[in-house]
Write a protein that binds this ligand. Structure first.
Ligand code: HEC
Length: 100
């Protein structure tokens, strides 16, 4: 793919995501999007995995820290939580809290 086309496509993808949560920066949108394959499109789960959309920010950050430390047992979330910093938890918490 030529570089101009790739940039144009990236711009379109970015526009469509930024419509959802307004203020979230691109890094936050990117890392948050990796969660949605399990937690449902738009953070709204259709199955047994809990939804992330509309979770209270403080609750979200606490759960992520607890998964990371092992204080909250989980099947898979320790692995996901371990990759991120407290600042990223806070940014994602803000993002998901504003997803309706
Ligand atoms: C492979 C599937 C999968 C992915 C990807 C995934 N999760 Fe989860 N998540 C789960 C499951 C399953 C649970 C239930 C707890 C457990 O079994 O670990 C959970 C639980 C949670 C909870 C607790 C919700 C509550 O109401 O208590 C939060 C918060 C959460 N995940 C956030 C995230 C974030 C943020 C990401 C992306 C960085 C993510 N998850 C990626 C499967 C996933």
């Amino acid at each position: 793919m030529n570089p101009t086309l790739a940039l144009a496509l990236a711009g379109i993808a970015c526009l469509s995501v930024s419509g959802v949560a307004g203020a979230a920066d691109r890094h936050t949108q990117t890392i948050a999007s990796t969660c949605l394959s399990c937690h449902g499109a738009g953070g709204k789960s259709q199955g047994a995995i809990p939804s992330l959309a509309g979770l209270q920010k403080d609750y979200f950050v606490k759960q992520m820290q607890d998964f990371k430390s092992g204080a909250r047992p989980g099947t898979i979330m320790k692995r996901h939580a371990s990759g991120y910093t407290d600042a990223e938890f806070a940014a994602m918490g803000e993002y998901f809290a504003n997803l309706k």
